[in-house]
Design a protein around this ligand. Sequence first.
Ligand code: SAH
Ligand code: SF4
Ligand code: F3S
Length: 480
Amino acid sequence: MKMLKKEYGICNKPSLNSARKRILNDSKIIKFEFPEKLIGIGNGKNYLVKTYGCQGNLADSEKISGLLEKLGFTPCESEATADLVIFNTCAIRENAENRIYGELGRIKKIKKVKPDMIIGICGCMMQEESTITMIQKKYPHVDLIFGTHNITKLPEYIEHTLNNRKVIDVLSVEGDIYEDVPVIRDHPYKAWVNIMYGCDEFCTYCIVPYTRGRERSRMPEDIIKEVKELAENGYKEVTLLGQNVNAYGKDLGINYGFADLLTDLNKIKIDRIRFTTSHPRDFDDATIDAMALGGNIMPHLHLPVQSGNDEVLKRMNRKYTSGEYIEKMKKLKERVLGISITTDIIVAFPGETEEQFQDTIKLVKEIEYEGAYTFIYSPREGTPAAKYPNPLTEEEKKQRLLTLNEVINEYTNKGHKRFENEIVEVLVDGKSKSSEEMYTGYTKHNMLVNFEGTDDLIGTIVKVKVLKSFTWHLLGEIVK
Ligand code: SAH
Ligand code: SF4
Ligand code: F3S
């Protein structure tokens, strides 16, 4: 897999010869103008967007839905009734990519029966040149390919595909930030709000800086306006999104950072503000101060540590030591009493010794994480770590993941147990998947609670007494 170096343009036939060069200026912030003449071209047609990967992709898919519905398309639940299916892909690990190839193989059969169905694919995988080449070769039933930097061009792309022209348009360089892109949000009470795009960190294992481009922050006033509007429209919870939210504002040159943004958003009458993802190096005292104000800033921090060993952290280019990380979390726990801390950890990073892995276990015990996403390192071609030798066998890698998960579960359990017999506030999401009578929602500390409820509670915040705790959830009853 190679990172995208060339640019693709719209073409009648998918041919690499149609590549055209673009010269992009520094990113500007531009008000999005919808091409009005295209309104209605999707009338009478159904669409389905299938999203993989992180919240950034979920937020992008909500914009894709917004653009499609403005064209006249109607959402539908299944490929069988869809006239347009778009896969929004993720490239973070090999298994994420393999899933997409499986999906493309599967949908080929549906297209045989429904030849007019348009198949589109976008997202992080499309920023890899070899992926585009492979899709053209192996999956010729794909009609539309676009990348992460040009979602706002979707109306034009759809016009082309409806006229039986294939479209491949992927930009290798990030472009401008568009404000006021139409959006159809998946959830009526919880919203994603991008505060920045891209990532400048270049952790040696990670593909994101290549697929999402350089860090670009939105203007504070645009974010504040969006959150105010969400609050006015009945939204209860907003999650601020960025690959490294603590770097927010650095590129704006206006001496306004993430802590300032949190402090300003805390003044808005909305129940809950969350944010993801923080980076330990940039997570600073000012952010701790802003979190300590409480208010609508939730007592939960997701702070990926990746490893507990300094040598490994250095080779990952994480730019902090385990000691510095622990110090920051100590300070945070002192300032935000009872805060819940969760993390991401990669095991079997190239060259990780058993001793170094044990340092990660030690750190997990020290921080007492109340949840973690854990991964076996997956080489991403084009990233520096892909060239590092990794002598571990698959069995050894899996064993490390198992060992780590056991320790994490112990602390997740402990974290949940501390709420037994306590009264917690729950934003009710809806019916639980496991049982008809049970309802489900999240606490301020981002813990899942199941309880008996009624439909009218959905979207409200209720008080629940926790009766019992489990590894993955709490069980409670509503306090009248
Ligand atoms: N920007 C966020 C999230 C990045 S992706 C952050 O910096 O934390 C989410 C997680 O995927 C990362 O935290 C990391 O733990 C994991 N990840 C990224 N690249 C990976 C790779 N090549 N192999 C395995 N896990 C990876
Ligand atoms: Fe990837 Fe590191 Fe950026 Fe997170 S901070 S997106 S892990 S490069
Ligand atoms: Fe995946 Fe792209 Fe997000 S690689 S994790 S969808 S930024």
